[in-house]
Design a protein around this ligand. Structure first.
Ligand code: SAM
Length: 298
């Protein structure tokens, strides 16, 4: 089903509203043109051209990315775990249908293979059509694409031999209200651990930030710590996410590993291809304001 109207668009503005997650607050972008609206098997998908933020992808009423600031999210969620690892070779991306994370992962010469598991092929097709700058690496020779549920994929992956496990796993999912619900629960963190090499690193978007629902972040951090001996919240700034920032959670098995310290420095050539990430911002992204740090990290 395709239509040109959407419940979230009124008087030429798109409104991201959630009485449950951010009551009394909304994020609005002015719409120049609706490019696509449909309901796939899994979610409501809207793509529109905004007047000032380029093309915007929206799933179930929540902004996933805008062309203007997407790099702030893609670079941080990809490069924090990749630079935390001394020599990442095998990378798994769960979700990520817009292609932005894969675009960042293949910037690392040492990465030998990337597996991406996306549930909704419509998102991939729409990104290829309307967000070519994000999906530019979707034909990369190192990429293997699996079209299935990431949770189910990980359940099967728990049977992997040690040498088939992953060095880095990135959960680039949508928020917990739709098909990504299972990614925010203890069993998922257990599955991540099972699919990870002993010295591997995982990262996931938390769908929250300290301003929206800090208790959710605290609970997610405790959920992660019930499985991984080391779990830390960091964040990136993204103007087109409500409240302008998004929390990320990074985990590994060794309590001695300091996740705030990158293990490698981007080469001069790599740095030229990075608009947001550098080693300093990596470390700084783990520094939380006092009240947030006290609540989340005790
Ligand atoms: N940057 C985004 C954000 O945090 O708002 C995430 C972007 S990416 C488009 C999210 C992707 O996760 C979507 O393409 C969605 O289809 C996918 N996804 C949701 N649930 C999934 C599942 N169970 N298995 C695999 N992919 C899933």
């Amino acid at each position: 089903m395709t239509s040109k109207v959407h419940d979230c668009i009124k008087d030429g503005w798109f409104y991201e509203v959630s009485d449950e997650h951010f009551p009394g607050q909304a994020l609005a972008l002015r719409v120049e043109e609706v490019l696509h609206h449909s309901k796939s098997e899994f979610q409501d998908i809207l793509v529109f051209r905004s007047t000032n933020h380029g093309v915007v992808l929206v799933l179930d009423g929540i902004i996933q990315c805008s062309e203007r600031d997407e790099f702030a999210y893609q670079e941080m969620i990809a490069h924090i775990p990749l630079y935390c690892h001394k020599n990442p070779k095998k990378v798994l991306v769960i979700g990520g249908g817009d292609g932005g994370v894969v675009r960042e992962v293949v910037k690392h010469e040492g990465v030998e293979s990337v597996t991406m598991v996306e549930i909704d092929k419509t998102v991939i097709e729409l990104a290829e059509k309307y967000l070519p700058g994000m999906s530019s690496a979707m034909n990369h020779p190192k990429l293997t694409l699996k079209l299935c549920d990431g949770f189910k994929f990980l359940k099967d992956a728990s049977q992997l031999e040690e040498n088939e496990k992953f060095d880095v796993i990135i959960t680039d999912s949508s928020d917990p209200d739709g098909p990504a619900e299972a990614f925010f629960q203890t069993e998922y963190f257990q599955l991540l651990q099972d699919a990870l090499k002993p010295d591997g690193i995982v990262i996931a978007q938390t769908s929250e930030n300290v301003w929206l629902d800090i208790n959710y972040l605290k609970n997610l951090s405790q959920t992660a710590k019930s499985v991984f001996r080391n779990a830390r919240i960091c964040y990136t700034t993204v103007p087109t996410y409500t409240s302008g920032q998004l929390g990320l959670i990074v985990c590994c098995n060794s309590p001695e590993t300091d996740l705030t310290i990158p293990q490698r420095e981007p080469t001069k050539e790599e740095l030229e291809n990075l608009k947001y990430y550098n080693n300093q911002i990596h470390t700084a992204s783990f520094v939380l304001p006092n009240w947030a740090d006290n609540l989340i990290n005790g």
